[in-house]
Design a protein around this ligand. Sequence first.
Ligand SMILES: [Zn+2]
Length: 180
Amino acid sequence: MLPIGRCPACGAQGTCEFRGIINDIPHFGETMESLVSCSRCKFKHADVMQLGEKEPVRYEFKICSEDDMMVRVIRSSTGAISLPELGVTVRPGPSSEGYISNVEGVLNRVEDVVRISVKKADPTRQRNAKIKLKKIDEIKQGKFRAKLIIMDPCGHSVIVDKRAKKRKLTKKEIAELEIT
Ligand SMILES: [Zn+2]
């Protein structure tokens, strides 16, 4: 635990702490999970980032089977997630958190985003959301194949699997990610 000078949420001095855990991901490198928390206002922010050299990166992985649910995914707070077959994109925002999970965990989080975003929506959008949720279910069962794409201009996110296609982000892609 390291004290942080000033809490980013309430501004109090000496009540906020930083904790970092370094994980060694086989064939990949070191990843740091971090948690900032304030004992005064209960502010918490979790994140995860790659250590070492980084460049703007895009990972693409085709989810083909139930076994693919176990593929490890590291999503940093700067990573955008998209499932083009579903028309879903989860862009990073000021409150987005980083996490180490797997494909199933990412799909669960996307489900939550879809559910929350249509809570007060009109019937058409509600219907579309139901279709998306059903497709996510089918992806989990290996009945529907879909691509999972993660784009991270800071290079902190990873899909840890040999079949994942990795390339550098183009300048255009980086510019588009910055417009949020
Ligand atoms: Zn605070």
